[in-house]
Design a protein. Structure first.
Length: 442
């Protein structure tokens, strides 16, 4: 299964050389992995396990479809033009810092995937050169991933650890906000050197996705759709907090309400043929190949998890390394290859929260101490699993959607961005080490 997984990733990475869409290899890989698991394990429950894996994957896929459709709708109604016109940057370097800052704090409230979709769509208004947009979009991905790591509601992994009482909200924010800022500042400092200091260009209106700019004729309508769309996205975490139901159900409610609203707007303003203002038309504009790629990758990782491969790797790290920075550093690198959710889940299953009794009974009390609630291990795991996904563009949901919107090549990201993201990652871990060193001696 590992051989198939590695070969699948190599083929995905060679998409632009082979000129075959990456979703092709992702779907084949997930099917072959589950087939191998079924044939060689003879597990009578494999069908049930596959249904569970598909359900978990489809929660994310349905959410992705809903969020991308809502953002596409805001775009069609000219809503992002309103925001873009309020962003004042003297040159492109300052623009990069502004967008990174906004993405960092926005993703701490709403998820990094939705943040990236919104920010990258705004970016399409500001820059006409697609290679410049690639660089800016990648910095946004790094900022969004780092922004989600210090907030208890910023990323699915932080939510998992927070809800199971591995970390508390205040301690998580206090201990991780500075390392997460460092993990953005270092890549941004280096990336700005590749950006010219020339003044900002005129807003890009030549992109085929821009469509009819209703903001020129019905500015109030653009504001309405912008507010309702962003409100619909913000409704999702509130809905989850109040009901305990999964986020995809909240996004479906938001999508349904916006669908009703836009049907009434199209009928009242007779917009058909002018701007294609219906949800059904926005749905056709989202990149379904990216959706299918995401589906294949997540199902492939689920097969590895079901086969126990991820748990074996986590156990090996613990038995052979026995050092929190090394273990979590490797987990962070792995999270750029496989989804960070099963990696964090494997660690949560392998390491229970340490109690006073467990520490007293341990042969190595100092090592066991790092597993208490809000202990060093859990803060490191939160940081590494969230920030580490930036090292490859397919290592996070934010990277996947940016790749889909801007058609960013996998190998271009490896050549241009992976090193920057790694330096930020190491810099953040160094800050955590310094914080621990200082506070332990106070």
């Amino acid at each position: 299964m590992l051989i198939v997984f590695v070969l699948g990733y190599l083929l995905i990475a060679s998409e632009h050389v082979l000129r075959i869409n990456k979703a092709t290899f992702a779907l084949i890989m997930c099917g072959v992995l589950w087939a191998i698991y079924a044939v060689f394990t003879h597990d009578p429950n494999v069908n049930h396990e596959l249904v569970i894996a598909l359900g978990d994957t489809c929660e994310i896929v349905v959410f992705l479809i809903g969020a991308m459709t809502i953002v596409e709708l805001i775009d069609r109604y000219g809503g992002f033009n309103i925001i873009v016109k309020r962003i004042h940057a003297q040159n492109k370097r300052k623009l990069m810092w502004i967008l990174a800052l906004v993405a960092f704090f926005m993703s701490s409230i709403i998820d990094n995937m939705t943040t990236t979709i919104i920010m990258v769509m705004m970016l399409r208004r500001m820059l006409a050169n697609y290679k410049e947009r690639w660089l800016f979009a990648c910095v946004i991905v790094i900022a969004a991933n780092s922004g989600g790591a210090w907030s208890p509601i910023g990323d699915i992994t932080t939510i998992m650890l927070w809800m199971k009482n591995y970390v508390s909200s205040v301690d998580l924010i206090v201990n991780l906000i500075v390392p997460c800022i460092v993990s953005v500042v270092i890549p941004c400092l280096i990336a700005t050197r590749a950006v010219s200091t020339e003044p900002m260009e005129e807003l890009n209106t030549q992109d085929a996705r821009v469509g009819y700019e209703v903001s020129k004729h019905h500015r109030g309508l653009s504001r309405l759709i912008l507010c309702c769309g962003v409100g619909g996205l913000l409704f999702v975490p509130a809905f989850k907090a109040c009901t305990g139901l999964p986020p995809y159900l909240g996004i479906l409610i938001s999508l349904g309400l916006l669908w009703l609203l836009t049907e009434l707007i199209v009928r009242h303003y007779q917009l058909d043929g002018k701007m294609e203002g219906r949800i059904s038309q926005s749905l056709r504009a989202i990149d379904m190949s990216t959706i299918l790629f995401f589906l294949g990758i997540l199902l492939a990782v689920s097969a590895l998890q079901q086969a126990g491969i991820l748990n074996v790797m986590a156990t090996w790290l613990n038995d052979n390394l026995h050092e929190p920075y090394t273990i979590n550093g490797i987990i962070g690198v792995l999270s750029s290859i496989v989804d960070n959710v099963p990696l964090v889940a494997a660690c949560m299953n392998m390491y229970p929260v340490a109690t006073d009794a467990m520490i007293a009974a341990s042969a190595d009390p100092a090592y066991t101490q790092i597993f208490v609630e809000d202990g060093l291990f859990w803060h490191l795991l939160t940081f590494c699993a969230g920030v580490g996904g930036s090292m490859l563009i397919i290592g996070s949901a934010a990277g996947v959607v940016a790749m889909g919107i801007e058609k960013i090549p996998f190998m271009w990201y490896v050549r241009k961005i992976t090193g920057l993201a790694f330096l930020g990652y190491v810099g953040g871990m160094l800050v955590i080490w310094l914080e621990t060193l200082i506070f332990n001696h106070m």
